[in-house]
Design a binder for this molecule. Structure first.
Ligand SMILES: Cc1cc2nc3c(=O)[nH]c(=O)nc-3n(C[C@H](O)[C@H](O)[C@H](O)COP(=O)(O)O)c2cc1C
Length: 509
């Protein structure tokens, strides 16, 4: 008897290597792929968020995690977060409006990104979410909790008829540090609840209820990933946050369980299998979704991403936290962005103002980077900030270093917009957020239909990763029992959409 790896059904070959009773026991012990698939991730996570699969497409700034991507996830029984970072409040509201109309009642969320340089925007976006009845956000880039994120969580908190605490708004917090995870897994700070009572946004009774729930029931352990990352390995970060979860659950004795998801580098069936095997309640992907047709990126970027290999990423200064020296992970193959952005950071560190930059460097900036004089670049940057947050202009006119930061940040901001728009004259300046997950995905899909950017649909990619993870975990269980597999060499290869749907919709046996 041999076991078909792809489906988990049994075939008779006449070359049985085990006795009949042992085979029967093995079959009982090893569920079908469909059953393993149904069991991936935390059941309460799926139930609470209305999902079929414990699979999340993380937010991608500037609408790269587009309305279309979020809709594709929802329709596939998965969760997507709209990429609100970097967009104006009006654009985020327009996207939310579309999602609330087009996939009303289905699971979705929107990113709330911590913006230390634009705290008024964070505040306005979070208030808009509350007004419009958005129920789920992915909170990210936080180092400390802010009032806007806490306000969102506790808005509308009440007891139901049975006396249970109901917090209608949920947060999936993405972190890569224990101290940040601790804040999200703890109840909101008393001083913030007092402030909300003082402003009349919460009653004293609501504040008492809010003090009994975590700021976020779900915390994603984000390891080495695209974009903002401190490059930690998932194999160390995930167990650390799982242990923290257990400690804080015991300390606060919440009625609902805390959950930890995994992100960073997840782009292959074996990667997802490992994350689930380690105890992740859910998985979050990013890099692979940007490479999909639904993403708000451009075809030229999707082609570049399809060429990426394991070592084709680099760290580069981040536009949003440039002055703080924060870096993010980007694609380096096919673009000079990482080198140029590093040059801007060097100049920023070395000189007090734009005027102090040596002539040769200034000439290079004006010719290659800005394609305009520094004075012209400041004029357009100033116009931009007058629209967005004039306090920055006032500060820059007093503080030459801040002026330099805003000018340099204009390049960093535009470089990702050029990439999204596929601007042909700026390919060498494309800033494409990307982690090593991309190279691993390209390796896995090499020579298959998923190697071609036009076949990379978010749902097909996600289902293949999940189905492959289930195959992988089942194969591990079989191997541990020394049961022979067939056919061993087709282990978890990508499956075309039609066949994949048949397989995932097969009744679990
Ligand atoms: C193009 C791109 C933009 C991203 N922008 C954001 C963002 O605005 N907010 C956020 O929380 N995460 C952002 N991320 C991170 C993803 O949501 C996800 O957590 C991460 O990409 C997972 O790691 P991976 O890239 O290794 O799959 C971005 C990722 C990519 C690829």
């Amino acid at each position: 008897m041999m076991l078909e790896l792809a489906t988990g059904t049994t075939t008779t070959t006449g070359a049985a290597t085990r006795s009949a009773p042992a085979d029967a026991a093995a079959e009982l012990a090893v569920p079908s792929v469909a059953r393993v698939l149904a069991g991936l991730g935390d059941a309460s996570f799926k139930r609470d968020h209305g999902l079929r699969y414990a699979y999340v497409a993380g937010a991608m700034a500037n609408g790269i995690a587009s309305v279309e991507l979020v809709e594709a996830m929802a329709r596939g029984g998965m969760l997507g977060f709209f990429g609100a970072a970097g967009l104006s409040k009006d654009r985020v509201e327009a996207a939310l409006n579309r999602l609330q109309t087009e996939i009303a009642g289905q699971p979705f969320g929107v990113n709330l990104i911590h913006s230390p340089n634009e705290s008024s925007l964070e505040d306005a976006v979070a208030r808009m979410f509350i007004q419009r009845g958005l129920r789920l956000i992915e909170a990210s880039a936080y180092l400390r909790l802010t009032l806007p994120v806490v306000r969102f969580r506790v808005a509308g908190i009440h007891r139901d008829a049975a006396g249970r605490i109901i917090a209608p708004n949920r947060i999936v917090a993405k972190v890569s540090r224990v101290e940040v995870a601790t804040q999200f897994f703890s109840p909101p700070p008393a001083e913030m609840l007092n402030e909300l009572v003082r402003t009349g946004e919460l009653t004293a009774e609501q504040a008492t209820l809010a003090a009994q729930i975590p700021v976020a029931q779900d915390v994603t352990a984000e390891a080495d990933s695209a974009g903002h990352t401190d490059n930690r390995p998932l194999v160390t970060l995930l167990p650390t946050l799982l242990a923290l979860r257990d400690r804080l659950q015991a300390q606060f004795n919440y009625t609902e369980p805390l959950r930890v998801g995994a992100a960073g580098g997840l782009s292959t069936p074996s990667g997802l299998a490992a994350a689930f095997a380690m105890g992740a309640a859910y998985v979050v992907t990013g890099s692979v979704n940007q490479a999909c047709v639904e993403s708000g990126s451009s075809d030229v970027v999707r082609k570049m991403l399809a060429q990426a290999e394991q070592a084709d990423t680099a760290m580069a200064p981040a536009a949003d936290m440039f002055e703080m020296g924060v870096k993010l992970q980007v694609l380096k193959r096919g673009t000079m962005f990482p080198m140029r952005a590093a040059k801007l950071w060097e100049l920023f560190r070395a000189y007090p103002s734009l005027d102090a930059i040596p002539e040769t460097d200034r000439a290079q900036l004006e010719k290659q980077f800005f394609r305009a004089t520094l004075a012209e670049t400041w004029a357009s940057t100033r116009d931009f900030w007058l629209q967005r947050d004039s306090a920055h202009v006032e500060r820059a006119e007093r503080d030459a270093k801040h002026k330099m930061a805003l000018v340099f940040r204009s390049y960093l901001g535009l470089s990702s917009r050029w990439a999204n728009a596929g601007e042909p004259s700026r390919v060498m300046d494309y800033q494409v957020w990307c982690g090593p997950a991309m190279g691993a995905f390209n390796e896995w899909t090499r020579g298959t239909f998923l190697a071609a950017p036009e076949y990379r649909r978010a749902e097909t990619v996600a289902l293949n990763l999940l189905y492959g993870a289930a195959q992988h975990l089942r194969a591990v269980a079989l191997r541990l029992q020394a049961i022979p597999l067939s056919p061993p060499d087709t282990l978890c290869a990508p499956i075309e959409p039609e066949r994949l749907h048949e397989l995932v919709n097969a009744k679990p046996v």
